[in-house]
Design a protein around this ligand. Structure first.
Ligand SMILES: Nc1nc2c(ncn2[C@@H]2O[C@H](COP(=O)(O)OP(=O)(O)OP(=O)(O)O)[C@@H](O)[C@H]2O)c(=O)[nH]1
Ligand SMILES: [Mg+2]
Length: 396
């Protein structure tokens, strides 16, 4: 398996790293945040690897510029800690939720100035906002996506693993699952990435090892991961299961698969499932996958022995998912927002007499005792000056 080093920016980044770290002794990680509270809420990130960006101790309030500047101001501390944390790693994952201030701004700073400071290849784990999230989050996310697209184009980063929060939120709501969908999504991402990494150490006949995984993770562009149990074991059912998991999975929906550079299928099979290893099956899959990934330049098939029949599919080198391209239009709708403003001429209003309402009539004798009604006699020089101009203070 590969040694991963995780650098989490902002609240999501820290929380996601916190869930990944306990999965393996080969994982190291740090959390970077403006908000002290977020850092204090972590369990598994060691104290020395929690970096607070001095300047905005309550968070960056969805203002990436604040975090971008704070990140650069704390640059030397960040680089020293990040290089220590990732020293023995094979691959670095930088983790941030797009849409807020800290994660988005720090990620931008990192993509602009940080990628050249590490020897290891770098990948990203990012969330993208839900449809229901506001225009501010989408605009922030788009700002960071521009930097991400540049880094992909220039091959400064490899795999970009996207957690589509809309996808998670909707499915968890539809299934009425208890608990916080964010915690579920963090756990599922951690498990899926860890399963992918550990599959290379499962026993069995395999044409997919850690070097192949590293090659896939170094392919610049989005990484889709599909995961599915195999129930029906006839050729076509297995292929349909693979296809569905690649097209509709939590970490694989909304991509244009014809853009794929590489793909890998990793089967874990028990005795009953061992027939899936046969070359007739592989031939069937290859024929169909050619139309799914017509431009892929390499592919891998790994077979491992396990008690359950399962397939993990990985596709690399993809462009950003379709939802990202819709954010721009969703923001336009908000730009045309009209606010109805109150604009009236008070002289047009009918006059209602207040003299009939006893509450509004001055009570006899009350003014002597009530300080609220008493006029202050000593005014400061400034107030004395103001009193001449301020109609509130002038005697009518
Ligand atoms: N899937 C998932 N998404 C999260 C989680 N926490 C936050 N997000 C999303 O990530 C995006 C950024 O939010 P945060 O990480 O809280 O923001 P931040 O980077 O701390 O930024 P500021 O608080 O504005 O400084 C938002 O769209 C959140 O909905 C989480 O635990 N899981
Ligand atoms: Mg925050």
């Amino acid at each position: 398996m590969l040694k991963f080093g995780f650098i989490g920016f902002g609240q999501y980044g820290g929380r996601q790293v916190d869930v990944l770290l306990p999965l393996s002794e080969h994982y190291t990680g740090m959390a970077v945040n403006t908000a002290v509270n977020d850092l204090e809420g972590l369990t598994n990130v060691p104290d020395g690897f929690r970096l607070q960006l001095k300047g905005n101790s309550f968070g960056a309030g969805r203002t990436p510029e604040l975090a971008y500047n704070a990140f650069l101001d704390n640059g030397p501390e960040f680089v020293a800690t990040a290089q220590t944390v990732t020293k023995d790693c094979d691959f670095i994952w930088v983790v941030a939720g797009l849409g807020g201030g800290t994660g988005t701004g720090a990620l931008q700073g990192f993509l602009q100035h940080g990628t050249e400071l590490f020897e290891q290849p770098i990948g990203l784990i990012i969330t993208i906002p839900r449809d229901d999230d506001g225009a501010v989050q989408k605009a922030n996310a788009m700002g960071a996506l521009k930097y991400i697209q540049d880094a992909i184009n220039e091959k400064r980063i490899g795999a970009v693993l996207i957690v589509d929060n809309d996808r998670f939120f909707r499915q968890f709501a539809a299934e009425n699952r208890p608990g916080d969908w964010r915690d579920h999504s963090n756990l599922l991402l951690a498990k899926t990435l860890h399963d992918l990494n550990t599959i290379t150490i499962e026993s069995g006949q395999s044409n997919f090892d850690r070097t192949d995984l590293l090659k896939i993770l170094c392919s610049s562009g989005c990484l889709a991961i599909g995961s599915a149990n195999l129930r029906d074991l006839d050729q076509d059912s297995v292929y349909q299961t693979i296809r569905n998991s690649i097209q509709k999975g939590f970490f694989s929906s909304g991509y244009r698969l014809e853009e794929a550079e590489y793909y890998a299928l990793c089967f874990t099979l028990n005795e009953e499932g061992s027939k899936v290893r046969s070359s007739t099956y592989e031939q069937h899959f290859v024929t169909h996958l050619k139309s799914l990934f017509p431009n892929a330049t390499d592919s891998f098939f790994g077979y491992y022995t396990n008690h359950k029949n399962h397939v993990l599919s990985v596709v690399s080198g993809l462009g950003l998912p379709e939802r990202v391209f819709q954010f721009k239009d969703q923001i336009k709708v908000v730009e045309s927002r009209q606010v109805k403003r109150l604009d009236l001429d008070v002289s047009d209003l009918p006059a209602f007499s207040s003299t009939t309402n006893p509450l509004l009539r001055r009570k006899a004798g009350a003014s002597e005792d009530n300080p609220l009604l008493k006029r202050r006699t000593t005014l400061s020089a400034g107030t004395a000056q103001a009193s001449r101009d301020n109609p509130l203070l002038r005697k009518r």
